[in-house]
Design a protein around this ligand. Structure first.
Ligand SMILES: Cc1cc2nc3c(=O)[nH]c(=O)nc-3n(C[C@H](O)[C@H](O)[C@H](O)COP(=O)(O)OP(=O)(O)OC[C@H]3O[C@@H](n4cnc5c(N)ncnc54)[C@H](O)[C@@H]3O)c2cc1C
Length: 442
């Protein structure tokens, strides 16, 4: 996703953009998800594609900006669509947040379907070419090691590596990025790594779900609570299917067997996901994905970085997927890259300035994810006073948001990365949270 959105951005500044991808890719999008099962095929390079993948409002805004009309086209093709708050049932800490329409679209699709759609758009752009079935194994620098002048690529199964010359190489290879090692090999400092270990596992299955079971909603998300630190999601998808994901942390993972998986769902903080499971028809067996923890590479803190090179997406920062942020943040980063290229010009582009401009883009979702994780028992997250106070405040806010639509809307804007978390402390919201709590305890 980071690579596709970045490629689209780069076509504005470069006459040729080459996407190098280790999987063999087609650039086809059949449109009709009922007709073409390839739309749902999960690639080897993106195994997380089998699991629930939501696009936040901030992410859909990026897609719309880069591909105007995309939301309408996807909804027209049969992707379930609704209102970001009115039709997405979000439950936090055992509270079902109040739902009212706020006039912003949400789409619910499988990751492969969205990716195929965007890939077809990007591959069709003039100047874009694709080297599928090819690994990037390094970067080539000039004699002074001041500038990266190409990517070293190697066809899968083919013997020799070759240099693909480029004015700019962008690493969007995801969480497994080897950019820190390449930097060290060129004599640069590696970026410092921050990690919050959660030992999360997603265990997912697809179901034939009668949409009526969701009562007009397109997705149900049950976040973990301190009392029951496990969660689940039902997301309607194209072709009348739904993905149902159960997740837990620190080894409390959902079992793979049918009975154990269903029993785990029954022990979530609220019954909505288990109720849908019981009334629906399974289409496959459970598949597990383990995720050790959020990882942030502090490229923004480096003092030296070679020209002609940049890193973004999960390669720069990978967020605990429970918060559904990764694709959306990658999209916003791609827009920042566009801004920086416009500001600097291609010849003078400096990735250090780009990394610093992206810092606030990452700070906010990072704070949401690590702060949220820190509220869960056993997670060795930030324990400073501000984080503890914010988490105590949020507990109150969830209870109030269950009946107060103004508070629910404010919270939804923050989780959708439209407003910073500080918006929840504004006097208008704080007064409602505190008054609501007094009412609840009176
Ligand atoms: C279980 C799970 C659930 C998630 N749920 C959500 C969600 O609900 N919402 C959300 O926004 N995000 C979610 N994410 C995160 C999301 O998948 C990523 O943040 C998002 O895809 C952006 O990552 P990326 O494009 O940087 O990397 P990736 O999506 O991992 O893509 C990297 C690409 O690079 C290719 N590649 C890797 N190495 C090489 C190489 N050496 N040479 C050539 N090609 C290479 C891979 O094949 C792949 O195509 C989830 C993640 C997980 C693990």
């Amino acid at each position: 996703m980071a690579g596709l959105l970045t490629a689209r951005v780069l076509t504005e500044h470069f006459s040729r953009v080459t996407i190098v991808e280790r999987d063999e890719l087609t650039g086809e999008w059949a449109g009709d998800p009922e007709a073409d099962p390839r739309e749902r095929e999960v690639r080897r390079g993106v195994p997380q594609g089998r699991h629930a993948h939501g696009l936040l409002a901030a992410g859909l805004n990026v897609v719309e900006e880069l591909f105007p009309g995309a939301a309408e086209e996807l909804a027209g093709a049969g992707v379930p669509s609704g209102d970001v708050l009115g039709n997405v049932r979000f439950c936090a800490s055992g509270h079902r947040l109040r739902q009212v329409p706020i006039g912003m679209t949400a789409l619910s699709f499988s990751r492969p379907y969205l990716e195929n759609y965007l890939r077809a758009k990007v591959f069709a752009l003039p100047g874009v070419r694709v080297r599928g079935g090819t690994d990037v194994v390094g970067v080539e620098a000039d004699a002074g090691r001041a500038r990266v002048i190409g990517a070293i690529v190697q066809g899968r199964g083919a013997g020799r590596a070759e240099v693909l010359p480029a004015d700019l190489v962008v690493d969007a290879t995801g969480r497994g990025s080897r950019a820190p090692r390449w930097l060290a090999e060129l004599g640069y400092e590696r970026p410092r790594e921050e990690e919050l270990h959660v030992d999360l596992a997603y265990v997912s299955r697809h179901f034939k779900v009668d949409p009526a079971l969701l009562d007009g909603d397109i997705a149900i998300i049950i976040g973990p609570s301190a009392a029951a630190p496990r969660g689940g999601a039902v997301m309607l998808q194209e072709a009348g299917r739904a993905v149902i994901t159960l997740f837990g942390i620190l080894g409390d993972h959902a079992p793979l067997d049918d009975a154990g998986w269903r029993a785990y769902a029954r022990r979530l903080p609220l019954p909505y996901v288990a109720d849908v499971i019981d009334a629906s028809v399974p289409l496959d067996d459970a598949v597990k994905f383990r995720y050790p923890g959020s990882t942030r590479h502090r490229y923004d803190r480096l003092r030296r970085f070679p020209k002609g090179f940049a890193v973004l997406g999960d390669a720069m920062c990978s967020f605990n997927p429970m918060y559904g942020q990764g694709m959306s943040v990658a999209g916003v980063e791609a827009l920042r890259l566009r801004d920086q290229l416009a500001l600097d010009g291609v010849a003078r582009f400096d990735a250090l300035r780009f990394f610093r401009s992206v810092r606030p883009v990452i700070d906010i979702p990072w704070q949401i994810a690590t702060g949220g994780d820190a509220a869960l028992p056993g997670v060795n997250g930030p324990r400073d006073l501000p984080t503890r106070m914010v988490n105590r405040y949020l507990e109150r806010l969830y209870a109030v948001a269950a009946r107060d639509e103004v508070v629910s809307l404010a919270f939804s804007r923050v989780t959708n990365l439209l407003d910073p978390p500080a918006a929840l402390l504004r006097p208008g919201i704080a007064a409602r949270v505190l008054a609501g709590r007094r009412m609840a305890t009176a």
